[in-house]
Ligand binder design. Structure first.
Ligand SMILES: [Ca+2]
Length: 373
C-alpha cells in the first residue's frame, strides 16, 4: 500500500549562542550547581529528576568540572533569577564556578493522542570573579499522557539541556586561567549558520491592507491581516537572523470563517490545493516571493495538508468516496482510529486510494516550479 507520509521538520537556531571551541580545564575544579523547577500552577518548587542531574554532571565532567549540588532551599526563597543567582553564589562560598538551572514545564498541546510539553529552562553561570552568562530556551517534548508529567518531560529533554550547559560553560571557561582547548575540539564552522524559519503567515506581517477583509487583530481567533507581501518585506530580517529557509503555514484556499468558535487563520483547514488564499496574495506575488528568496540564495517550504480537508470543504460533497467517513477519534490509543478517523471533525482523506493519492501528489507538484506534471 502506498501511503503519503507527513514529515515533521524541526526548526532550529544554530546561532543562538556564540561559537566558542570546546573548553576543558587543565586542573579539575568545582562548580556549585543549584536546580529549581517552578510549579506550573500551584505548589512548591522542586528539583528535576536524576536523569537531568546525571546528564549535566557528565557534561561538566567533560569540562573537568566537579559538580557540587547546592540544596534547593538555598535558592527557593527567591523568585527572580538575579536574586537566586546571588543566593547561589553566597551558598557556594569559595567554589570557583557556579551554575543555576531554573525550569518551568507546561503542557502545550495535544495532537493525535500525543501530548506536547514545553520544557522552559534558564541557565545562568559564572566564574566567581567573572560576569555571568545566561541561556534561556525551550525544548518541546512529546509524551503519551497529559497529566503530571513535568518530571518525565524534563527527563526526556535531559540530553539537550545538558548540551546547552556544555555550550554555556564553554563561554564561561573561555579565557579562564588554566583553561585549555582540547586538541580534539572541533573547529568552529566558518560557514554562515543556517536553519528553517517558520512563518504563520496571517500573524507575521501585514504588508498589504487591501487584502485584509474582515481582519480583526483584537480578536485572537480572527484573521489579523498578515500576508505574503509582509513576508517579502522581512526577508532581509529573517536572513540576518541566520536562516536560509522559510517554511510557510498553508497558503492555499481555505475556510476563513470560524468553526465552533475556533479561528481559521492558521491555514490548516484547506479547501482547495489548486488555488492560493486571496487573503495572503496571488500567484504573481508568490512568484515574486520565490525570486526574492532566490536572490538571497534562500529556500521556500510550502505546507501541504495531506491528512484531511477543512470543515465544509467542497471536496467532501464533490468526492464523497475519497474520505474514510468513520466518524471522529474516540480512542486515542487505537492506531487504526488515529490513521482513519476524523481528527476533531476534519474529514479524513483516504490516502490509500490511488485516485486520492494521485490528486494530492498532483496538487502538491503544481506548486513546485518545473514539476507541474
Ligand atoms: Ca493584509
Amino acid at each position: 500500500m502506498r501511503a503519503l507520509v507527513m514529515v515533521l521538520v524541526v526548526a532550529f537556531c544554530a546561532g543562538c549562542l556564540p561559537k566558542i571551541p570546546r573548553q576543558r580545564l587543565s586542573e579539575r575544579a568545582k562548580v556549585a550547581v543549584a536546580y529549581i523547577v517552578d510549579p506550573g500552577y500551584s505548589g512548591t518548587p522542586f528539583t528535576p529528576p536524576d536523569a537531568l542531574k546525571k546528564a549535566i554532571a557528565a557534561e561538566l565532567d567533560d569540562h573537568n568540572l566537579e559538580l557540587v549540588e547546592v540544596p534547593l532551599e538555598a535558592v527557593s526563597a527567591q523568585r527572580l533569577t538575579d536574586s537566586r543567582f546571588d543566593a547561589l553564589k553566597k551558598a557556594a562560598g569559595e567554589v570557583p564556578f557556579v551554575l543555576l538551572v531554573e525550569q518551568r514545564v507546561h503542557f502545550f498541546s495535544q495532537l493525535d493522542g500525543r501530548y506536547r510539553w514545553e520544557v522552559a529552562t534558564t541557565l545562568t553561570a559564572s566564574r566567581a570573579d567573572g560576569a555571568k552568562a545566561s541561556d534561556p530556551f525551550e525544548i518541546p517534548v512529546i509524551l503519551m499522557y497529559d497529566h503530571e508529567k513535568e518530571r518525565e518531560a524534563i527527563a526526556n529533554a535531559a540530553s539537550d539541556i545538558a548540551n546547552r550547559v556544555g555550550v554555556l560553560m564553554d563561554g564561561v571557561l573561555a579565557g579562564a586561567a588554566g583553561t585549555a582547548v582540547p586538541a580534539a575540539a572541533p573547529k568552529a564552522s566558518s560557514t554562515r549558520p543556517s536553519g528553517i524559519y517558520f512563518v504563520m503567515v496571517d500573524r507575521f506581517s501585514n504588508g498589504d491592507r487591501r487584502n485584509d477583509g474582515d481582519a480583526a487583530p483584537e480578536d485572537s481567533q480572527a484573521f489579523h491581516g498578515g500576508d505574503l507581501q509582509g513576508l517579502i518585506d522581512h526577508l532581509d530580517w529573517i536572513q540576518a537572523l541566520g536562516f536560509d529557509t522559510v517554511w510557510l503555514s498553508p497558503i492555499f484556499k481555505m475556510r476563513t470563517e470560524k468553526w465552533h468558535g475556533y479561528g481559521a487563520f492558521h491555514g490548516y483547514w484547506t479547501w482547495d490545493l489548486a488555488q492560493l488564499e486571496p487573503k495572503f496574495g496571488d500567484e504573481l506575488l508568490l512568484a515574486r516571493l520565490r525570486s526574492e528568496l532566490d536572490r538571497r540564495k534562500m529556500k521556500l517550504m510550502l505546507d501541504v495538508v495531506l491528512n484531511h480537508v477543512g470543515p465544509d470543504a467542497p471536496l467532501v460533497s464533490a468526492k464523497p468516496h475519497w474520505f474514510h467517513k468513520r466518524g471522529g477519534v474516540t480512542d486515542w490509543n487505537d492506531a487504526t482510529q488515529l490513521l482513519m478517523n476524523d481528527v476533531h471533525g476534519l474529514s479524513d482523506l483516504a490516502t490509500e486510494q490511488d485516485e486520492v493519492f494521485a490528486y494530492l501528489l498532483g496538487a502538491a507538484r503544481r506548486w513546485v516550479p518545473g514539476r507541474q506534471t
